[in-house]
Design a protein around this ligand. Structure first.
Ligand SMILES: Nc1nc2c(c(=O)[nH]1)N[C@H]1C(S)=C(S)[C@@H](COP(=O)(O)OP(=O)(O)OC[C@H]3O[C@@H](n4cnc5c(N)ncnc54)[C@H](O)[C@@H]3O)O[C@H]1N2
Ligand code: MOO
Length: 443
C-alpha cells in the first residue's frame, strides 16, 4: 500500500483518530521535550564557548592581579619623600629608571628617588605609591604636565630629576596582588552561561579551553517549488525564500550553530536525500512548509518517521515531530506560512535548542499586560498568538500591549515590527478593551 493510501486507510482506525486529534500547545511541546536531553559536555576553545553553559567549577590558579602594579602612568615613590610636596614647594626626586608594563627588571627606589612607571607595570622594590604624571613636572623643570612624551621622542625620560607637587598615601594608585581574586578562589561556577565578561575572566586566569555543553547544530531547510533565493530573479508565481533565513537567524539567536540549507523543491525523493545528507552535521533538523493537507505537501510525503499533528493554535496549526536517521535526530516540521514558522520556532524549536544547551531558562519570559484596545475576535478552540508591541510600565504595574497587524500568517512586515506575542487562550473569543492578557516577550 502506498503511504498515501495507508494514511487514508488510517482515518478509520484508532491510530488514525489519534493522529487527527487536536493537540494542545502544551501537549505537543511536552511530547517533543520528552525526547530531548542536554548535549554531552565537550572541551571548547574559549571563543567557541561563547553563549554555552559551563559544566565545571573554574578556580583561580594564581592571584589576580599576579603582582602589585601601577594604576597610573607616573612615578613610583616613597610616600615620606613627597609627604610635604606642594605646588610652591615641590619634592625633587632623582629618577632611577623607567618601568614599562611587562618589564621584568625593576630598579629599586631608595630615599629621595623615584622610578618612572607605566600603568600595569610592576611596582619596584621600595616604591610605596604612585604619583600620577599630571601631579609632577614630568622631569621638564616647569609646572605640571598633562602626560609623558613618547619614548621615541624622549629616550631619556626615565632619568634626571622630577618635581612632585602633591603628596600620596601609602598604596595610592597601586593595584595590589590578589585584589581582584585570590589563588584558589572560585572564578565561575558550573551552570554559568558564558558571555563576553566570563570569557574574558577565563582568559585572564590563563584558560585557553573550557568544558561546556556545546551549542546544538541546527540544520534549517525550507521546502516549496515556488521559492527563489534572495538575490536571484523571481518569476510568475514565485516568491523569495524568507523562512530559511528567518529560522536560521532565530536558531543562532537562541544559541545554536545553524546551517541554512536553503530551499528544496516539492519532491519527496530529493527532500529525503537532502535530509539524510544533512544528518551528519545535525543535532536538530528544522523544516518549513509542506505539512498541511495539499497535494504537494512534500515533508508529509517524504518523512515517514515524522508524526504530523493538528495543534490547537493560530498560527501554527499543522506541526510535525519525529526522530530521523540512525541517531534518531529530532526533526521539527514547521508550517510554511512565514508567521506560522516563526511562532512555531518560538514555541517549539527554541525550547529544544535551550534544553540541549543545558540552559536554565528554556522558555521566553511571559508577563501580564493591559490591552487598551482589546481584541475583537479570536478563533475558538485555538490558542492565538497575535503579534504585538509591548510597552513596560514605569510604576511596577503591568505594561500595555497593542496588536501589530492582523491575524494573517503571511504578514511578515507586521511580524518584523513586533516585540511580543499576545496570547489569547483557546476558550476566549474576544478581549474587552483594557483587559489583561498574557504576553510572550520576544527579546
Ligand atoms: N485545506 C486546508 N488548507 C490549509 C490548511 C488546512 O487546514 N486546510 N492549513 C493552513 C495553515 S493553518 C497553514 S499554516 C498552511 C501550512 O502549509 P504548509 O506547511 O504545507 O506550507 P506551504 O503550503 O508549503 O506554504 C504555505 C505558505 O507559506 C509560503 N511559504 C512556504 N515556505 C516559505 C518560505 N520558505 N519562505 C516564504 N514563504 C514560504 C508558501 O508560499 C505559502 O504561501 O496551510 C494552510 N492551508
Ligand atoms: O496555522 Mo496556520 O499557521 O494558521 O497559518
Amino acid at each position: 500500500m502506498s503511504s498515501t493510501a495507508a494514511r487514508a486507510a488510517d482515518q478509520g482506525t484508532g491510530e488514525g483518530r489519534e493522529r487527527h486529534r487536536v493537540w494542545s500547545v502544551a501537549e505537543h511541546l511536552d511530547d517533543i521535550l520528552g525526547h530531548i536531553h542536554p548535549l554531552d559536555p565537550i572541551e571548547l576553545q574559549l571563543l567557541d564557548a561563547l553563549g554555552c553553559v559551563l559544566v565545571e567549577d573554574v578556580t583561580v590558579p594564581a592571584a589576580l592581579p599576579p603582582f602589585d602594579n601601577s594604576a597610573m602612568d607616573g612615578y613610583a615613590v616613597r610616600t615620606a619623600d613627597v609627604g610635604a610636596a606642594t605646588g610652591e614647594h615641590p619634592a625633587v626626586l632623582t629618577v632611577v629608571g623607567d618601568i614599562a608594563a611587562g618589564s621584568g627588571e625593576l630598579p629599586a627606589v631608595g630615599p629621595g628617588e623615584a622610578a618612572r612607571i607605566m600603568t600595569g607595570a610592576p611596582l619596584p622594590p621600595g616604591g610605596q605609591a604612585v604619583v600620577p604624571v599630571e601631579w609632577t613636572d614630568g622631569g621638564l623643570d616647569n609646572g605640571p604636565v598633562s602626560g609623558m612624551p613618547a619614548r621615541s621622542s624622549d629616550p631619556h625620560g626615565g632619568s634626571g630629576l622630577v618635581r612632585v607637587f602633591r603628596p600620596v598615601r601609602d598604596g595610592q594608585h597601586v593595584r595590589t596582588r590578589g585584589s581582584d581574586a585570590g589563588a584558589g578562589e572560585l572564578a565561575l561556577s558550573a551552570g554559568t552561561v558564558l558571555g563576553a565578561a566570563q570569557i574574558g575572566l577565563l582568559a585572564a586566569v590563563g584558560r585557553s579551553t573550557v568544558r561546556v555543553r556545546p551549542r546544538p547544530r541546527v540544520v534549517v531547510l525550507s521546502t516549496g517549488s515556488e521559492l527563489v533565493q534572495p538575490g536571484e530573479e523571481t518569476g510568475p508565481g514565485r516568491i523569495y525564500d524568507s523562512n530559511s533565513y528567518q529560522l536560521t537567524a532565530a536558531a543562532q539567536e537562541a544559541g545554536a550553530i545553524a546551517y541554512r540549507v536553503g530551499s528544496v523543491a516539492d519532491d519527496a525523493e530529493t527532500l529525503r536525500a537532502t535530509v539524510e545528507d544533512q544528518l551528519s552535521r545535525a543535532d536538530i533538523v528544522v523544516t518549513s512548509g509542506g505539512v498541511s493537507v495539499g497535494a504537494y505537501d512534500v515533508v508529509k510525503e517524504a518523512m515517514h518517521e515524522v508524526e504530523f499533528r493538528t495543534v490547537g493554535m493560530q498560527p501554527g496549526k499543522p506541526q510535525g515531530f519525529g526522530r530521523v536517521g540512525s541517531d534518531r535526530t529530532p526533526l521539527l516540521a514547521l508550517p510554511g506560512n512565514p508567521v506560522s514558522s516563526y511562532v512555531s520556532f518560538e514555541l517549539f524549536v527554541r525550547p529544544v535548542i535551550r534544553t540541549m544547551l543545558g540552559a536554565g531558562l528554556v522558555h521566553r519570559t511571559t508577563v501580564r499586560a493591559f490591552c487598551p484596545d482589546g481584541i475583537a475576535s479570536s478563533p475558538e478552540g485555538r490558542r492565538q498568538f497575535l503579534r504585538g508591541w509591548y510597552e513596560p510600565s514605569v510604576a511596577g504595574e503591568p505594561g500595555t500591549v497593542a496588536p501589530v497587524g492582523g491575524a494573517g500568517s503571511h504578514l511578515i512586515k507586521a511580524l518584523a515590527r513586533a516585540n511580543a506575542l499576545i496570547v489569547i487562550p483557546e476558550d476566549v473569543a474576544e478581549v474587552a478593551p483594557g483587559a489583561e492578557v498574557d504576553v510572550v516577550l520576544l527579546a
